[in-house]
Design a protein around this ligand. Structure first.
Ligand code: ZN
Length: 207
C-alpha cells in the first residue's frame, strides 16, 4: 500500500547549550555510568519545565491551578493550520492573523529563520489583541516559534487570556522548513503535572 504522508518534526532538540528563556534553568546532561564491561549507560538530566518546545499550563500563571495533565490529548492532537507571518517585524496583532479554518493554529515567524541555540531579545510574539482574537475564534491550541508567546518586557496578558480560556499554548515550535497549510498535529507533552511540559511535536502531512 502506498502512503504519501510524511512526518515533520517541529521539536527543538533538547541539549546543553540550547537557547533558554532568561531566568529559566539551563539544560545539564550528566553521565552517571558509561556502557561497557557489563555495565549499562546511565544519564541524569536537569532541565527547566519551559525548555525547548513545550506547553504552558494554568500553574504557569496561577499559584493554585491545574498543571499539564489538565489538557486532554484530543485537544492537542488533530487537524492544524500553519500560518506564515514571517513578514511581521516585531508584534503580532489581531489584524495580522489571516482567516483560519482549524481549531489548532501554529504561527511561523522570522523567529524560525534564526539560530535555535541563541536566545534573541527581539523575538516576534503576540500582543493582547492577537490573544483575544484567538479566543474569539474558539481556538483550542496556539503555537508559536518563540520561547515565549508574549513579547519580552511588555505587560500584555497573552498567557492569561489564552490559558484562562482553555487555549493550549505551545511555545518553541521550530518551523524553519515547514510550509504554511493544513496538517495533522501530534503534540505529546511529558506526563507531569507541572507549570510547563516539554513536548514532542510533529506535523503529519495530509495527502
Ligand atoms: Zn513556557
Amino acid at each position: 500500500m502506498h502512503n504519501d504522508t510524511q512526518l515533520v518534526d517541529i521539536t527543538r532538540e533538547i541539549h546543553p547549550g540550547m537557547a533558554v528563556y532568561p531566568n529559566n534553568a539551563a539544560v545539564v546532561f550528566e553521565t552517571l555510568q558509561e556502557a561497557g564491561e557489563g555495565r549499562n549507560g546511565l544519564s541524569k538530566v536537569s532541565l527547566g519545565t519551559h525548555t525547548g518546545t513545550h506547553i504552558d499550563t494554568p500553574l504557569h500563571i496561577h499559584a493554585k491551578a491545574e498543571g499539564a495533565l489538565v489538557y486532554p490529548l484530543e485537544q492537542m492532537n488533530g487537524l492544524c493550520e500553519v500560518i506564515d507571518l514571517s513578514h511581521v517585524d516585531s508584534v503580532i496583532t489581531a489584524a495580522d492573523l489571516p482567516e483560519t479554518t482549524q481549531a489548532r493554529v501554529l504561527i511561523k515567524t522570522k523567529n524560525s529563520a534564526g539560530d535555535p541555540n541563541v536566545f534573541t531579545d527581539d523575538f516576534v510574539a503576540l500582543d493582547d489583541s492577537a490573544a483575544r482574537e484567538c479566543v474569539e475564534r474558539g481556538l483550542q491550541l496556539v503555537g508559536l516559534d518563540a520561547l515565549s508567546i508574549r513579547k519580552r518586557g511588555t505587560q500584555n496578558q497573552v498567557h492569561e487570556q489564552l490559558i484562562d480560556n482553555s487555549v493550549v499554548i505551545v511555545e518553541g515550535v521550530w518551523l524553519q522548513d515547514v510550509a504554511p497549510g493544513q496538517y495533522e498535529l501530534l503534540c505529546l507533552p511529558i506526563k507531569w503535572n507541572l507549570d510547563g511540559a516539554p513536548a514532542r511535536c510533529v506535523l503529519r502531512t495530509i495527502s
